[in-house]
Design a protein around this ligand. Sequence first.
Ligand code: HEM
Length: 481
Amino acid sequence: MFVSCLLLFSSWKKRRWSHLPPGPPPIPFLGNMLQVDVKDLIPSLRKLSETYGPMYTFHLGSRPCIVLSGYQALKEALIDKAEVFSGRGDFPAVQMWSNGNGIVYGTGERWRQLRRFAITTFKNFGMGKRSIEERIKEEAQILVAELRKTNGQPFDPTFFLSCAGSNIICTLVFGDRFEYTDHQFLTLMGLINSNWKLMSSTWGQLLFTFPKIMRHVPGPHRQIYKNYLKLAEFVGERLRLNKETLDPNNPRDFIDCFLIKLEQEKNNPDTHFTEETMSKTTVNLFFAGTETVSSTLKYGLRILLRHPEVEEKLHEEIDRVIGPNRSPCMEDRARMPYTDAVIHEIQRFADIVPMGVPHTVTRDIEFRGYHIPKDMNIIPLLCTSQFDPSQFKNPNTFDPGHFLDKNGRFKKNDAFMAFSAGKRVCLGEGLAVMELFIFLTSILQSFNLKPLMDSRDIDITPESSGLGNIPRPYQFCLLPR
Ligand code: HEM
C-alpha cells in the first residue's frame, strides 16, 4: 500500500511539474503548506526565496504557483514581458463574489476594455487635472476641521482618514461626498475595513491557500463574501437612482458614464458592458480606492510619531514652501523634495500590498530558462522589490534618504513598486499620489504630532500581513500649530 502510494505520488509530481522552476518539494493535497507558517505566509515565502532564488515553484495546497521575488525578476516579468504577465490569478477570497468580472479580478478582452474605459472616464472627470485636485483640497480642509475637534486629546485616526480617502473615490464614482456622520457611509466603510482586515488575517491566508476546503469551514472568513454582497447592494441602489435622474448630455460621475456606455452598446451581443460588470467594477473602485490610501496615511503618521526628526524636517519644508495661509497643492511638490521622499519612503516601508494581487501568464512562455504554461498563477512578491538590498541601502530602516540624492533632490528608484508595475499597475496611482501629498501636508501644516509614549518605543511593524499590511491600532494627539 505504502509503495503504491509513493509510486502514485512520484508519477503525479513528475507529470505535472517537471518543467517548472525548482521549489520546495510538495506533498499531495497540502502542497508546500507544511514548509511555511500559514499564519505568516509572506515572511515564509520571502525566506524560501533565500533558498530557491528569485523564481521558484510553490504549491498553495494543490495549486502550483510561480513566486517571483527581488526587483530584477519582478521587472523582467511585469515590465519587460508586461503583456504575457498581465493575466489575473486566483484570488479565492473574492472569487465567489467576483466570478472573474470587474476590473480588478477580470482578465482578457473584458478587463482590457473596462480598464481603458475607467482610465478615460477618470481623465474626463479631471484625474491628473485640476478639478479632482480641487476636490482633494476641499476634503483635506474638511479633514483638518474634523481633526481640530479632537482638541489635542488622544484619538485613533482610522475613522477620519478612511472618511477622507473614501470621499474622494465617492466623488468620482457616485458624484458626491458624504458627511463623516452619514450612517450609510459609515456602514460602507465598516464593510470595506472589515474585508481588508479579514483578507489580511490568518483566516484570509487559510482561505487563500485552501479555498475548496475553507469555503465549507465555519469561521470569520465567510463574512468576506457577505460583506461584498452588501457593498454590491449599496452600489445597486445608487445605480437605480442614477438611472432615474440620468441626463446623457451631462454625466455627473463614473456610474452615469457607464450607463451611457450601456445604452451605446445595447445592440452589441458581444458587449462586455453589462449591469453586472458595472456593479462589480464600481465595487472594485470603491474598495481599491478607500482602504489603500487611508491605511498608508495611518501607517505614515505612526512612522512619523516614531521619527520626530523626520516630522520636524517636514514642518520646515512645509512652512518654507507653502506657509500657513494657503492650502497645499500639487504644484508645491516639485519644490518639496524632502516631503516627496518621505511619502515614497512611507509607501516603501509600510508596503501596504506586500504580495501584490496574483497574476497569471496569458500564454505559454519561456522565462528565465523555464517553461511556464498558460494560466499558471504568478505571485509577484512586491515587498521583495521594496526591500531589495541591492536597490536600497538600508532596506529594513525607515530612511527618506532612499529617495534623495546627495544634493537633497528627489531621486526616483525603479524598485519602488508600491503600486506594482506593468499592464496591471494600480489604476488609481495618479489619484492616490495626489491624495497622499495633499492630505499629509495639510495635516502637518496645521498640527504637530504628539505620541502617548516615548517615540523610541513605538513599534512600526504591521499588526498582520496578508492581502494588506495592517498597521497597529494606536492613539496620539494633534496639537494645533
Ligand atoms: C496608496 C494607495 C494605493 C496602493 C498602494 C495601491 C496598490 C495597488 C496594487 C499593488 C495593485 C495590484 C496591481 C497588480 O495587479 O499588479 C492595485 C491595483 C488596482 N488599484 Fe490600486 N492602490 C492604491 C490606490 C488606489 C486608488 C485610489 C484606486 C482608485 C481608483 C485604485 C484602484 C486600483 C484598481 C482598479 C486596480 C486593479 C488594476 C487592474 O487589475 O488592472 N488603487 N493597486
